[in-house]
Design a protein around this ligand. Structure first.
Ligand code: FES
Length: 165
């Protein structure tokens, strides 16, 4: 026996059901949604607040999880695509927790001239995740490396190994 065609009186009921559907943000694990909403509250008044909010989320959670996207979209009245686009545009925002220290090797000209390329090639064998950056403001003391935000000059592979240890 086939289903009867949807009659006119059914339409309002379907609309009511659709209206009651949970928002994507409401389905996010509270362990993620709560710090994301806290970051929004802390930075809401700042101009261009999405970037500071993302930094705050990363500072709090150690990364910017994919589940933050629907919460941010709802809180900031943006599309999820807009939020996702900003997160993926900036390499600073990590989609999953970064294990170990954050190591950045400067590959700009002044550091290249004193051995940054060799250091950059050797670094992954010493510490896993390495990012390239272009100038840490320490050009006179290159090659320069930043480890968890602290800048070190005159870096060599063996010194990097020591500092990481
Ligand atoms: S060029 Fe490397 S710190 Fe400036």
């Amino acid at each position: 026996m086939s289903e009867p065609p949807t009659s006119e009186p059914d339409r309002p009921r379907r609309k009511r059901r659709e209206a009651a559907a949970p928002s994507p943000a409401s389905l996010v694990d509270p362990a993620i949604a709560a710090p994301v909403r806290a970051a929004v509250a802390a930075c809401r008044e700042q101009r261009g607040n999405l970037i500071p909010i993302l930094h705050e989320i990363q500072r709090t959670l150690g990364h910017v999880p994919e589940d933050a996207v629907p919460v941010l979209a709802e809180e900031l009245n943006l599309s999820r695509a807009e939020v996702h686009g900003v997160i993926t545009f900036y390499h600073d925002f990590k989609p999953s927790p970064v294990l170990g220290p954050k190591v950045q090797v400067c590959r700009a000209e002044a550091c290249q001239a004193v051995g940054a390329e060799e250091l950059f090639a050797a670094a992954p064998g010493l510490c896993g995740t390495v990012e390239q950056v272009f100038c840490l403001g320490n050009c006179a003391l290159g090659p320069s490396v930043a480890i968890d935000g602290r800048v070190y000059g005159r870096m060599t592979a063996s010194r990097l190994r020591e500092v990481l240890a």
